[in-house]
Design a protein around this ligand. Sequence first.
Ligand code: SAM
Length: 277
Amino acid sequence: MTLSDIRYWLTRYGIFPKKSLGQHFLSDANLARALVRLALEGWDKLEGVVEIGPGLGALTEVLLAKGLSVVALEIDPKLCRVLRERFGTQPSFRLVEGDARKVELAPTDRFPLVLGNLPYNVGTRLVLDWIYYRYCPKRFLVTLQREVAERFVARPSSHAYSALSVLIQVEYRARIVKRIGPEVFYPRPEVESSAVVLDWQPKRQWTREERMSFYQLVRRAFTHRRKMLSAALGRPDSRRPEELSAEDWLALWEKLYVEGQLLARNKEAGPTPSSLG
Ligand code: SAM
C-alpha cells in the first residue's frame, strides 16, 4: 500500500485519521512485506492469523496474498467499510468490527499468530489483556512506540525494566526485530516505533487464579520501585523489584503462594493487567 493508495481510500470514504485511535497508516509496501516475513519465520504450517487494527489493510493484503486466513479486528466503522470493499469477497477474510480488547473470538478464530501495528495509546494494555484474559498465542508480532518496545525486552536493573517487562517475559521470549522511523506512516507520528516478536515460552502452567495473583504481586511491588522488596511484601527482603528477573519473580511468587501469604493480600482489590499503563 502506497501513500497515494492511502490518500485514495481516505478521500473515497471521507476519513480523517483519528489521533484518539492511533491511526497512522503504513505507506511502505516493502516494510509491510518484511514485517509479515518476520512474523511467519519458522512456522511449519500456519492456517491463519489474527490481525489487530488492520486500518486500511496494509498488512492484511500481504497476509491474504500468502494464502492465510485473516481474522481482522477493527474498531473504526469507516475503516471497516474500506476493508469490506477491499477484501469482503475473499472467503479467507473475516472482519470483526469492535474493540479488540473486548470482542469475543470463536475458538476456531484463535489462531496461534497475532499481529498488528498497534495504536500507540493502547498497545501495552492490549497485549497484556490479550495474554491475560484471552489466550496466549504462540507468537505476537506487534509494532509499538519504541520506548514501549524497549520495556517489553528490557533486562533486570536497566532503566526500561518494569512490571511490564516481568509480566511479558514470564510468558514470552521477547526480541526487537525492526526499528521503524515515523516517515513510513501517514499521518506521520511524533514517535519512533519498533517491531517486537514475542515467542511463547511459558515458565509455568498457571490456573487463572495463580496467574492473577502473580500479576498482582509484581504490580504491587513495582509501585515501590527503588524501595526494598520488604516494603511491598511486609517481610524482610533487601532486594529491589527491578533487580529480579522474571525467573526470580516466579520463584518468589511460588514461595509466597505456597506459604499462602498471597491469598489474604489478594482479597484486597489489587490491580489487574488492564490497569497497567
Ligand atoms: N494496520 C494498519 C497499518 O499498518 O496501516 C493501521 C495501523 S494504526 C497504527 C492502528 C489501527 O488500530 C487503526 O486502524 C485503528 O482504528 C485501530 N484501533 C485502534 N484502537 C483499536 C481497538 N481498541 N481495537 C481494534 N482496533 C483498534
